[in-house]
Design a protein around this ligand. Structure first.
Ligand code: MN
Length: 257
């Protein structure tokens, strides 16, 4: 499309000018899904396009069942570098834990992605670890059940097309862990600081609050078991004991003699 005008004006049988080709449009690009436990658990689907990651927050996560349409709230574009991020957001916007739940490539099934987005009907193929095959994102009229306040105009539906990769496996439950670290939320938090939300966690009440409570406790236990926690660690205490005993190196040396 970008060269149509250029081509229309020229007869390449007569002109020595190069006809030129537009870079193929249905090229593979990066995609990821980040499982994000914040004020609510959701799955952020991100598709690389024009140098950014187009992003949709999917509260229930993707479904492999073509009959199950999942609400996907269109959110702000993210930098491409964000696509590999996994870790803890201590405070502020999105405070919580981010897990790289799936990643791979996506290929548009339409030539003009921008037109498809504008129309609100983007068909694409995913080649991730967990999500594969053909999918569609369809913009809704904005009053779809489950859309939160202020969500008008931002609500889309994520739907799996029927193909070999469709099925009734609950993929979020079947494959809950990170494709980056193989860890669960508690492992990711244990790598960071389990005590971070000791007084003020991202969600206090309801199911999310309970989830945070469990994860924080498990992360603290994991960290403690690994001995990397300065206050409760076991290995660290041992290290200190070793360090304390280093002055006796002379004694050890003396014994050797
Ligand atoms: Mn998010």
């Amino acid at each position: 499309m970008a060269l149509e005008e250029y081509k229309r004006k020229r007869d390449f049988k007569k002109s020595p000018e190069p006809e030129g080709t537009v870079a193929p449009k249905r090229t593979e690009r990066f995609f990821c899904v980040q499982k994000h436990l914040a004020s609510h658990l959701h799955y952020d689907l991100r598709l690389e396009h024009n140098g950014v990651l187009l992003s949709w927050a999917v509260p229930k996560g993707p479904s492999l069942d073509p009959k199950t349409k999942r609400l996907a709230m269109h959110v702000e574009d993210h930098p491409v570098a964000y696509g590999e991020f996994e870790g803890v957001i201590p405070e502020g916007y999105g405070a919580g834990i981010v897990m790289l739940w799936d990643k791979g490539t996506w290929t548009p099934e339409q030539d003009d992605v921008d037109a498809a987005l504008k129309k609100g009907d983007l068909k694409f193929t995913l080649n991730g670890y967990k999500l594969k095959g053909s999918w569609v994102l369809v913009k809704t009229s904005g009053r779809f059940y489950g859309a939160r306040e202020g969500g008008e105009g931002r609500s889309w539906l994520l739907i799996k097309h029927k193909d070999d990769w469709a099925g009734d496996v609950d993929i979020a439950e079947f494959a809950p862990r990170s494709v980056k670290s193989d860890g669960d939320f508690e492992d990711i938090l244990a790598e960071d600081n389990p005590a971070i939300w000791h007084t003020n966690r991202p969600a206090k009440g309801g199911d999310t609050g309970k989830m945070f409570e469990k994860i924080i406790a498990r992360a603290a236990a994991l960290k403690s078991a690994r001995g990397t926690d300065d206050t409760k660690g076991t290995k660290d205490t041992k290290k200190k004991t070793v360090r304390k005993s280093t002055p006796s190196k002379k004694k050890a040396a003396a014994k050797k003699k």
